[in-house]
Design a protein around this ligand. Sequence first.
Ligand code: SF4
Ligand code: SF4
Length: 313
Amino acid sequence: MGFLGKTGLEVSNLCFGTLTMTPFQANLPISEGARLLDYAYQRGVNFFDTAEIYENYAYIREALKRMDRTKVVLSTKCYAYDEKTSEKSLKLALDGLKTDYIDLFMLHEQESPYTLKGHHEALETFLKFQEKGYIRAIGVSTHFIACAKAIRKYPEIQVIHPIFNQKGIGIQDGSIEEMSETLKNLHSEGIGIFSMKALGGGHLQRDAYQSLKWVMNQDYIDATAVGMQSIEEIDYNVDLFLHQKENQEAYEKIHKKKRKLIVADYCIGCGNCVRRCKQEAIEVVDGRARPNDRCILCGYCATVCPEFCIKVI
Ligand code: SF4
Ligand code: SF4
């Protein structure tokens, strides 16, 4: 356990990324998803990350019934840009998770100084929520170094949730070296660093041990979100992050399965997924969506498909 920057939030260095259990990915029944969250909690994970767009608050709400809320750190993120949309997102989170407060409330997918500027009213509203005790800390998630650099201008922001892996997969505007340097500086200034995509959305899966260890060895990373959807994945990651040992047996079971994005053949070629993807990782060819090798398996394109034909499995 350690602190997330200067927020006072004490978290396990492994954060349970919950997108994996949603209808856009494994589509687990609520009881099964909640059982996995509870299993991770029993094994020492106290940090759980979700987002309004994941539409999965019910899993966490169910799991929270079996947890000590005071020991759990919940993170969620939204696309609010002003007071009204902030209030709506906070209410959705509080009601959806059935909790009186959110530990870490973030702006989702920020890109640059300009997007942060455009969301400033939301940040100011988050600060009011914090003063009233509805949220404990404020953050932003990003795939951009320019955004990481720009957060200094916003004293409300206490935590950054950047894409971060040893090959720099998914970083939109520069190298892993530049992102590392930026995060190191932010951390030295007291910003909490809570990274994501240590396995580059599955591209580094074959070299999972080395890739996860690399992120763990960066001492300016306070915690890392890893998406999990099975007991074996939880065992593997808990053993590695919390006990510094590799669970070979769990590894064998996990790595028989290669994750991929599939598009059902009833795709109508509308292009919504293409417009939604920030990685330019999907295109419409001959009337049907087709992912390419830039795909980081985030599953966000699935949320805008009118035919529900995209899945990450
Ligand atoms: S959003 Fe769905 S239906 Fe539209 S092109 Fe993409 S996969 Fe096909
Ligand atoms: S194609 Fe979909 S899953 Fe792949 S990176 Fe783009 S939005 Fe994410």
